[in-house]
Design a binder for this molecule. Structure first.
Ligand SMILES: Nc1ncnc2c1ncn2[C@@H]1O[C@H](COP(=O)(O)OP(=O)(O)OP(=O)(O)O)[C@@H](O)[C@H]1O
Ligand SMILES: [Mg+2]
Length: 371
């Protein structure tokens, strides 16, 4: 029997996307005739157009217009000539979104509340048209909103879609529902064999749905709670989020088992659930410290890599520095550091994170939104 080295699905995806961009091929979703205005006109929109109600130009990949036409509001996302996020994934994120929208439009399980549907999209025209979501970013995660977000995340996973970027700018809540609408970093993977879409699919077991939601979003809010209302308030909110995550993962585990998932995937999920269950039975403070460290360190690294730092990035860097000063021994006992960092002593770690904080200051983005 011959054994094959595992395929690097991330490398393959990047290569296909770069090839697609180089080929100049178009990709169209939906029918131009269903657009609120003709695509040519949408391509030339600006704030002075009579149908434009709002312009969001804080997005890194695109500008988004709220367009009123035919008695409804539409979101018109128009690609920037150059995406402001560094790296291949940033540069191909508009193509990625159109690709995912094309696939999602063909899958009945993904036509659901919580996932922005596509009215029309064209890669070459640099347009994505979807219904406007009359909502706002989520700053207080209540039970209903958390359940909705995990439900949506689960539906995506089961259909073979892994969302990496649950940042506050990519999640909106209207009167009924939490919505995802930015599919720039939503990648394909096989949920029965893979943990996620990174590397071979098995190379980054630390990344999964709850980890992404916590690192990109929930722990930003918990950090604010800690600062404004103290550690106990943050722990209570964390307990709520973690119990909802545990319920969702138990469901995910049985769904994937029924779908024929490998023992590797099921044991990985079992391990995650067992850790959470044990922590939920106790004070949760060890798990909080460990996952807060992971969330803030991961998010800081992401923002430094994309050169997309914000005031929240700096607050996260400050949290990490405080944690090193106050809880170094507990962090060491919980083995939160990768090998290169674990080799450093406390002053060495503090110096490293001070340097990262300075870098984050240098990479801060100017952010503007016109209403
Ligand atoms: N369908 C929609 N309904 C309402 N608002 C929307 C919609 N789509 C986008 N927006 C608004 O426009 C902003 C930017 O949209 P989006 O995240 O899709 O762009 P982006 O350039 O990919 O962002 P980034 O690269 O920063 O993640 C959102 O944060 C949101 O405020
Ligand atoms: Mg976005």
């Amino acid at each position: 029997m011959t054994t094959h080295p595992p395929i690097d699905i991330e490398h393959l995806r990047r290569q296909h996307q770069l090839d697609w961009v180089a080929s100049g091929r178009d990709l169209v979703v939906g029918d131009a005739a269903t657009c609120p205005l003709p695509p040519d006109e949408l391509m030339r929109l600006d704030a002075r157009h009579p149908a434009v109600r709002e312009v969001h130009d804080s997005g890194l990949t695109a500008e988004v217009f709220r367009v009123q036409a035919g008695g409804r509001d539409w979101a018109v996302k128009r690609a920037r000539a150059a995406c402001k996020v560094q790296g291949v994934d940033g540069q191909t994120s508009f193509l990625n979104e159109v690709q995912r929208r094309a696939e999602m439009a063909a899958l009945p399980s993904l036509q659901r509340a919580g996932l922005s549907p596509t009215v029309y999209a064209s890669l070459k025209q640099g347009l994505i048209v979807s219904p406007w979501i009359a909502g706002a970013p989520v700053s207080d995660w209540d039970e209903t909103s958390l359940r909705q977000l995990f439900d949506t995340g689960l539906a995506l996973l089961r259909a073979g879609f892994f969302e990496w970027d649950f940042c506050p700018g990519n999640v909106l809540r209207d009167a009924r529902q939490v919505w995802l609408f930015d599919y720039g970093y939503l990648y394909r993977f096989d949920p029965r064999r893979h943990f996620n879409s990174a590397g071979t699919g098995l190379s980054a077991p630390q990344h999964h749905l709850a980890e992404r939601i916590e690192s990109r979003h929930v722990f930003g809010g918990l950090l604010r709670l800690e600062l404004e209302h103290g550690a106990d308030a943050a722990l209570r909110a964390f307990r709520l989020e973690k119990s909802i995550a545990l319920e969702a993962y138990q469901r995910l585990r049985s769904l994937l088992a029924a779908d024929g998932a490998t023992a590797t995937v099921l044991q990985w999920l079992d391990g995650i659930c067992a850790g959470w269950r044990a922590a939920l039975a106790g004070s949760l403070s060890d798990l909080y410290l460990r996952e807060a460290w992971r969330s803030h360190a991961t998010d800081l690294a992401d923002d430094l890599a994309g050169q997309t730092c914000t005031p929240t990035t700096l607050a996260r860097a400050d949290w990490l520095l405080d944690a090193l000063r106050l809880h170094h021994a507990a962090l060491a006992a919980q083995r939160v550091w990768p090998a290169a960092e674990a080799a450093l002593d406390r002053p060495g770690l503090i110096a490293l994170y001070e340097q990262r904080r300075r870098q984050a200051v240098a990479y801060q983005l100017p952010r503007t939104t016109h209403a």
